[in-house]
Design a binder for this molecule. Structure first.
Ligand code: C2O
Ligand code: CU
Length: 443
């Protein structure tokens, strides 16, 4: 507040100095006066979980479940009471990719206090965006998310146009079990089978909670990618059977296909990962020995569908431009000599804060100069992808978690339309824990 810049959020002059603070409080919390349409309660606790294979996990969960699903309708006022039973370090809920008011974003020490054992915190927000989202604790997130403090947030559109006959939520998670590390869709490791009538319109909501990107393979039917990170693709074309797609850590793809009169196989990973979970959809009798063939190519979102057209894709100039060089170096962190993950050579909290004003069109360039991939996640805003490796993408798309591979660079842009203090960080949560975080702040 207090600057001469005004960017016409409501088309008029900036509010006068003495009325501004009121407006800002409302912007940070949202209008919470309306009664809740949907209420949920999530209790964080230590739990023992068994995978389908029998492997056991010492997990931390919400409600003792792996990936509880909160399902609401777009437009509803949602209230979620978080209770912490016995997770010592305290917990929160961050609504990943969901552009809630700042005070509901679930970042401990920034938007709220951590919820200690015996305490609770109530989140309330209007479900403005439809689509596939997820939520997770943001306290010591690298450990807490791996141990199971996450779930799915599915928001059905107010007007249902493309409703599937059947849908399956597939959450890829890498568990630390008594048998080592195991990948599973929820608690289903190994193979899972499901009978589906031919002609059924299927929707798979694939959510990657892992630190690393993974490839997925659908075989037996041509398919479409209907949404990326909860945002629908306009005119999504048919993708050939056996084309693999890659989802970065924290990302979501909605995959749709029509069930043919033969089996459709879906799997995590490429051929090297023999033990990765698979799902077999079959029309009549389950196939005895479903076999996967090699991928026949990799899906590229930068050349798919009609592409987003918005004020960012047509913008000739931006109000702010930032560059983030993603790198690494050895150094001390919390008293230990270790690998640090850096933004512009610095580690959090020494990475300079991005400062914007409400209404700004902001362009960010990510350049990955390291040998690891970085799924860059911006809280509170969706980014529109404009350029990859210096060239305009054919079809700009929207994302909240953009996986940047070694050597790649991307230009993305967003409108600063959600005031507050936000995080922008790598969603390989080990990288975030050792430096790769910065803050976005509204002036
Ligand atoms: Cu899903 Cu700050 O994270
Ligand atoms: Cu990273």
């Amino acid at each position: 507040a207090g600057s001469e810049h005004h960017h016409g959020h409501s088309g008029g002059e900036r509010a006068s100095a003495n009325s501004a603070p009121m407006a800002e409080v409302a912007a940070l919390t949202g209008d919470l006066t309306a009664p809740a349409d949907r209420k949920f309660e999530l209790t964080a606790r230590q739990s023992k979980i068994a995978l389908a294979s029998g492997a056991r996990i010492d997990a931390w969960t919400y409600n003792g479940e792996v990936a509880p699903v909160l399902r609401v309708r777009q437009g509803e006022m949602v209230e979620v009471k978080l209770v912490n039973e016995d997770v010592e370090a305290g917990v929160t809920i961050h609504w990943h990719g969901y552009n809630v008011p700042n005070a509901m974003d679930g970042v401990p020490g920034m938007t709220q206090n951590v919820v200690k054992p015996g305490q609770s915190f109530t989140y309330k927000f209007r479900a403005e965006q439809a689509g596939s989202y997820w939520f997770h604790s943001h306290q010591q997130a690298s450990e807490q998310v791996s141990k199971g403090l996450f779930g799915a947030l599915i928001v059905d559109p107010a007007q249902e146009t493309e409703k599937a006959d059947e849908e399956v939520i597939l959450i890829n998670h890498r568990w630390k079990t008594d048998k080592g590390r195991v990948n599973a869709f929820g608690t289903e490791d190994g193979e899972r089978r499901k009978k589906v009538e031919p002609g059924t319109r299927m929707r798979l909501r694939v959510i990657n909670t892992d630190k690393l990107s993974r490839k997925y393979l659908l075989q037996g039917a041509d398919y479409r990618i209907a949404d990326i990170d909860g945002v629908p693709i306009e005119e999504p074309g048919l993708i050939a059977d056996r084309t693999a797609f890659r989802i970065g850590g924290g990302g979501r793809y909605d995959v749709v296909f029509t069930m043919p009169d033969r089996p459709v196989l879906f799997k995590l990973g490429d051929d090297r990962d023999a033990d990765d979970p698979t799902v077999v959809f079959y029309p009549d009798i389950p196939p005895a020995n479903p076999t996967f063939q090699a991928d026949s190519g990799l899906f590229d979102p930068s050349d798919y569908g009609k592409g987003v057209a918005n004020e960012l894709t047509t913008a000739e100039k931006f109000d702010r431009e930032f560059e983030m060089i993603l790198g690494n170096k050895m150094g001390f962190y919390n008293g230990k000599f270790t690998m640090l993950w850096t933004i512009n050579g610095e580690v959090y909290p020494h990475v300079p804060t991005l400062v914007v004003q409400e209404g700004d069109k902001v362009k960010t360039t990510f350049a990955n100069k390291s040998l690891a991939e970085h799924p860059m996640h911006l809280h509170g805003h969706h980014m529109t992808v404009l350029k990859k490796n210096g060239e305009r993408v054919k079809t700009p798309w929207q994302t909240d978690t953009l996986n940047v591979l070694p050597g790649e660079s991307y230009e993305v842009a967003f409108v600063a339309d959600n005031p507050g203090m936000w995080m922008d960080h790598c969603h390989n949560l080990d990288h975030a824990a050792t430096g790769m975080i910065l803050h976005l702040m509204y002036d």
